[in-house]
Design a protein around this ligand. Structure first.
Ligand SMILES: [Zn+2]
Length: 227
């Protein structure tokens, strides 16, 4: 094991703490779900260990890997989704955080292979479009990562519903990716509820464009800021 850069310990602590948000917002069950972050100034990422319960996560248990998913430091094996995370970091240099959940409402849309239509202003603000569906891919290797990158490259949405699987979100930092995962489940639930009593119509594109532009560029002065 080589010595880690000083930023690694800060990123490990941040990734560990952010996992509590997945529990707080009811996005995960048992050991499912994971968060990773790029360690600033390095070609390393910090990611949840595989099979460790949320109560047992500590900063030291967070595994440091290179951008090919090989372990650089850690007592545990990294998340079984590490290949997917690593692929995203390799392909999208602007990404600083990746989150994966099987949050129930969003995953129900993924099980139907149905994008979530951009039908409410909060969704236009945050996602700027429908939340798209990515291809079905088996775990292990680069297939999930390729599907995430192919779907989200050039797309406003920081969230993708991987067909028959669940949600992956990206952000400039891990907190932004967690926020996208929380908001994805929130809008998945709201649009689902709306459809129980009738059809749901997508907002007109010019309204989506105006809302997205205001929220991303004016509101709060920076992209992805909290309300
Ligand atoms: Zn999964």
């Amino acid at each position: 094991m080589t010595a880690l850069p000083p930023a690694a310990e800060h990123t490990r602590a941040e990734v560990c703490a952010l996992h509590a948000e997945l529990l707080r917002w009811n996005l995960v069950t048992w050991t499912s779900g994971n968060i990773s972050a790029r360690i600033p100034g390095t070609d390393l990422i910090a990611i949840k260990p595989s099979g460790v319960t949320y109560d047992d996560l500590t900063p030291e248990s967070i595994v440091v890997c290179d951008l090919n998913g090989a372990v650089a430091e850690g007592r545990h094996a990294p998340s079984s989704d590490t290949d997917a995370h690593a692929y995203v970091y390799r392909a999208m240099p602007e990404v600083g955080g990746v989150v994966h959940t099987h949050s129930p409402y969003a995953t129900a849309w993924a099980a139907r292979n149905e994008p979530i239509p951009c039908a409410i202003t909060a969704m236009a603000d945050e996602f700027g479009d429908d939340i798209p569906v990515g291809p079905f891919a088996l775990i292990g290797g680069d297939d999930i990562g390729k599907g995430i990158v192919a779907t989200l490259s050039g797309h406003r949405s920081p969230a993708v519903l991987m067909s028959g699987h669940g949600v992956f979100t990206i952000g400039p930092d891990p907190k932004a990716a967690v926020k996208a995962a929380v908001m994805c489940e929130d809008v998945a639930r709201t649009v689902h509820l709306a459809r129980q009593n009738g059809p749901v119509e997508r907002l007109p594109q010019h309204h989506i464009d105006a809302l997205y532009d205001r929220y991303q560029n004016v509101y709060g002065q920076r992209r992805g800021t909290d309300s």
